[in-house]
Design a protein around this ligand. Structure first.
Ligand SMILES: CC(C)(COP(=O)(O)OP(=O)(O)OC[C@H]1O[C@@H](n2cnc3c(N)ncnc32)[C@H](O)[C@@H]1OP(=O)(O)O)[C@@H](O)C(=O)NCCC(=O)NCCS
Length: 161
């Protein structure tokens, strides 16, 4: 039996998923749990969990994003985005992140012909993780709502599905 399983996030696991995210990125655990609960209700949103030997070790989100009318001219395009993939440091380089990318792209493929994602240009792990799926940098300066990036710190990538 495979040690790795990818499952949709359920309400029962929201707090555990938030704890995983908090161990991977600098966010408030409580803020994230509240956000995850709200996101669970959206049909244009996918929240996945990765389980290794029955332990929740990773999360990944994908969503359709529509830029607000007030967004600046250099806004990222509306579209289907991979948003946040997180794997506990103890379970990295085991293929968990890759399984989360693959599962989210399969979901997106049923809805669109192109996928977007962005990451810090310094995030070698993230860039290498997504490269096999054909992602290429399309913009080096862009605005995306709610991101903690400074202008020019992140790159926007696109892949045909
Ligand atoms: C990025 C992240 C999700 C990768 O998760 P992971 O489970 O370790 O990834 P995988 O084991 O599936 O790796 C698949 C491939 O991605 C690449 N990769 C993953 N981590 C890497 C690293 N630290 N450096 C270089 N390449 C890396 C490799 O090509 C790897 O294949 P290999 O192990 O056969 O060489 C994980 O490092 C993480 O949670 N980082 C913190 C949060 C983050 O930065 N998320 C991305 C934001 S967009």
């Amino acid at each position: 039996m495979s040690r790795l399983a990818i499952q949709p996030l359920t309400r029962r696991d929201v707090r555990r998923a938030a704890a995983v995210i908090a161990k991977c990125t600098p966010v408030s655990r409580h803020l994230k749990a509240a956000q995850l609960k709200a996101l669970l209700k959206l049909e244009t949103n996918l929240l996945l969990t990765a389980w290794w030997d029955g332990e929740l070790v990773g999360t990944g989100r994908a969503a359709r994003v529509v830029m607000p009318g007030s967004a600046p001219a250099h806004r990222a395009p509306d579209g289907w985005y991979l948003l946040g993939v997180n794997v506990l440091p103890s379970h990295r380089r085991l293929g968990v992140g890759d399984a989360l990318v693959r599962a989210r792209l399969a979901w997106m493929r049923q809805r669109t012909h192109e996928a977007w994602f962005f990451t810090r240009r310094s995030n070698e792990a993230s860039l290498a993780l997504h490269r096999p799926y054909g992602f290429e940098v399309v913009r080096e300066h862009f605005w995306f709502p709610g991101t903690p990036f400074e202008e020019g710190e992140a790159v926007l990538l696109r892949a045909a599905l």
